[in-house]
Write a protein of this length. Structure first.
Length: 486
C-alpha cells in the first residue's frame, strides 16, 4: 500500500493506526508492506519513528503491543515524492519493484490518496506515465471525499480517474460506511422478518437523520469556508445513510447489488425545485456561545474563515423519496457544528395507532413508536414503545428497549478505516461509493447550493450550544412534527 500524503493528519491519525490494528489481528496478507510517499525529506528510519509515535498516540487498542509494532514497522518504508515530478514516480516504481521481489507481493498494489482532492488528477496521471497501473497483480486507487465540489467537477474527476483505473479498481471512501452501526442497518432490516414488513409508508410516519458535532471547524477553516455543511456532510454522509434506510432488499449482499439499490433511492428523491428551496431547507451559522460548559467563539472568529463569511455551519432539509415504498413519507436531515453534543443517528418514527383504545387521558405521556439507530458515539439501536404504568388505573407511558454493541458483544468496535482498508485489499467494494452514486448525490445538491449562494433562504444565526436556528424547528412544526433530541 502506497500512502500519498503519508506525513499528513489523515495518515497519522487514521491510516497508520488502522493498519497496525489489522496487523495485530493478523488480518494483513503475508509480505504486506506500506510505502509512505510525501514531500517531506525523510529516511525509512525517520518515518518509522514517526509512525511509531502516531500509532502509540492514536491506536484504538491500548497499550500498543510493542512486539506487533516492531514487526509491523519492518514492513514500513518511505520515499520523498513531489507529485509534480515524473522522476519521483519512476523512483517510486523502482522501489515497489524491489519490494515485489523481496516480499513476494506479486505486483499487487493499493494507492491511497491521503491528499487534497486537487492532487488526484496529478497523481493518477503520474501513475499512468510511470507504468504503475499495469503489469501483474491488481492495482487499486483509494480517494477520499469530497468527490468533486458539484456535479460538473465530480464528473470530470470520475473521467480523470477512470482513464487510468477501471471503475472496479476505484475505491471512493466514506468512513461513515465503515462504521459497524451503519453496516448493521442492512442486517437489522433484511435479517429480521419482524421489521421488513413494517418498513414502508403504511406504518412509518417520518424519518429523521441527525449528524451533530459539538466541535467547530478547528484547523479546517480554509476548506470548510469553501464547502459548508451541505457539501461537507449532507451530500455524502447523510445521503448515504438515507439510501441505506430507504433502499429495497438487494438480491444478494455483494457490491453491485447493494450499490444498484442505493443509486435507485438517490435517483428517486424528489428534486427540490428553485421555488421550493426556501420552504424545504434551512441554513444557519453559529455565533459565540457555550458548548459542554466551555465558552466558544463564533464561526467568523475561526482561523482562516472570512470575517463576513456566509458559509453555513448548519443545514436542514425535508426530502421525499418518490417510490412505492416511501410515497408521502418525509425524510428530515440536519447536520451542524457547535451543537450541544456529538451524535449521529437515524430515527424511524411510526404512525400513531388509528384508535385510542385507552382514551386520551391514559395516553397523555405516550409518544409514537420509534426505532433509533445510533451511529456515534454510543453505537446501538433502541426501540421506543408504550407500556402500562404499574398502578390501579390505566396509564400508559413510553419506554425504551436498548441494544448496545459494547455490552452485547463484549468487544471493542473496530475503527471504520480498519474495515474499509481490509475490504480494499481483498477487493470488496460493497462499502465504497460508485461513480453513479456520487453523481446522483450531486444532482440533488446542486440546485440547493445554487439557491443558497443566491441568498435563498437567508442565512440564519444560531448560538453555539443550541440545536440550530429557530427556522429548523419550524421546518418540522409546519408538518405537525418536531425534532428528536439525541
Amino acid at each position: 500500500m502506497v500512502i500519498f500524503g503519508a506525513t499528513g493528519d489523515l495518515s497519522s491519525k487514521k491510516l497508520l493506526p488502522a493498519i497496525y490494528n489489522l496487523a495485530k489481528q493478523r488480518l494483513l496478507p503475508a509480505g504486506f508492506a506500506v510505502v509512505g510517499a510525501a514531500i517531506d525529506d525523510l529516511s525509512d528510519d525517520a518515518f518509522r519513528k514517526r509512525a511509531a509515535e502516531v500509532i502509540s498516540e492514536h491506536s484504538r487498542t491500548q497499550p500498543v503491543d510493542q512486539t506487533v509494532l516492531s514487526s509491523f514497522l519492518q514492513a514500513v518504508f518511505y520515499l520523498k515524492v513531489d507529485f509534480g515530478k515524473a522522476d519521483d514516480f519512476k523512483s517510486l516504481q523502482k522501489k515497489l519493484d524491489e519490494l515485489d521481489r523481496s516480499r513476494h507481493t506479486a505486483g499487487n498494489r493499493v494507492y491511497y490518496c491521503a491528499t487534497p482532492p486537487p492532487t488526484y488528477e496529478t497523481i493518477t496521471e503520474q501513475l499512468k506515465a510511470a507504468s504503475m497501473t499495469n503489469g501483474s497483480g491488481f492495482h487499486r486507487i483509494v480517494v477520499e471525499k469530497p468527490f468533486g465540489s458539484d456535479l460538473k467537477s465530480a464528473r470530470e474527476l470520475n473521467k480523470i480517474v477512470q482513464k487510468v483505473f477501471h471503475e472496479d479498481s476505484v475505491y471512493r471512501i466514506d468512513h461513515y460506511l465503515g462504521k459497524e452501526t451503519v453496516q448493521n442497518i442492512l442486517a437489522f432490516r433484511f435479517a429480521n422478518s419482524i421489521f421488513e414488513p413494517i418498513w414502508n409508508s403504511n406504518l412509518i410516519d417520518s424519518v429523521q437523520i441527525t449528524a451533530a458535532e459539538e466541535i467547530g471547524v478547528e484547523l479546517r477553516g480554509a476548506y470548510y469556508d469553501r464547502a459548508g455543511a451541505l457539501r461537507d456532510i449532507v451530500q455524502n454522509h447523510a445521503l448515504q445513510l438515507l439510501a441505506l434506510v430507504a433502499m429495497e432488499p438487494p438480491i444478494a449482499f455483494d457490491a453491485n447489488s447493494v450499490r444498484d439499490e442505493k443509486v435507485k433511492v438517490l435517483r428517486a428523491i424528489r428534486p427540490i425545485e428553485d421555488g421550493d428551496v426556501a420552504h424545504s431547507t434551512v441554513r444557519g451559522q453559529y455565533t459565540k456561545g457555550w458548548v459542554l460548559g466551555e465558552k466558544v467563539g463564533g464561526y467568523r472568529d475561526e482561523k482562516n474563515v472570512a470575517s463576513g463569511s456566509l458559509t453555513e455551519t448548519f443545514a436542514a432539509l425535508r426530502l421525499f423519496v418518490d417510490s412505492w415504498r416511501w410515497a408521502g413519507v418525509p425524510f428530515y436531515i440536519r447536520a451542524g457544528k457547535r451543537l450541544p453534543k456529538r451524535a449521529t443517528e437515524l430515527r424511524i418514527q411510526f404512525k400513531r395507532p388509528p384508535h385510542l383504545t385507552f382514551g386520551r387521558d391514559a395516553a397523555q405521556e405516550l409518544d409514537p413508536n420509534a426505532i433509533t439507530l445510533r451511529i456515534q458515539p454510543e453505537e446501538g439501536i433502541s426501540l421506543r414503545f408504550g407500556a402500562k404504568v404499574p398502578s390501579a388505573g390505566v396509564k400508559l407511558r413510553s419506554v425504551t428497549m436498548d441494544f448496545e454493541y459494547a455490552t452485547s458483544f463484549l468487544v471493542e468496535t473496530p475503527e471504520a478505516y480498519e474495515r474499509l482498508l481490509l475490504d480494499c485489499m481483498i477487493g470488496d467494494p460493497t462499502l465504497f461509493i460508485r461513480a453513479d452514486v456520487v453523481e446522483a448525490s450531486w444532482a440533488l445538491i446542486d440546485p440547493i447550493e445554487a439557491a443558497w449562494r443566491d441568498g435563498r433562504p437567508p442565512l440564519q444565526m444560531y448560538e453555539a450550544g443550541t440545536w440550530g436556528p429557530a427556522s429548523a424547528a419550524k421546518l418540522l412544526e409546519a408538518d405537525g412534527r418536531e425534532w428528536h433530541r439525541p
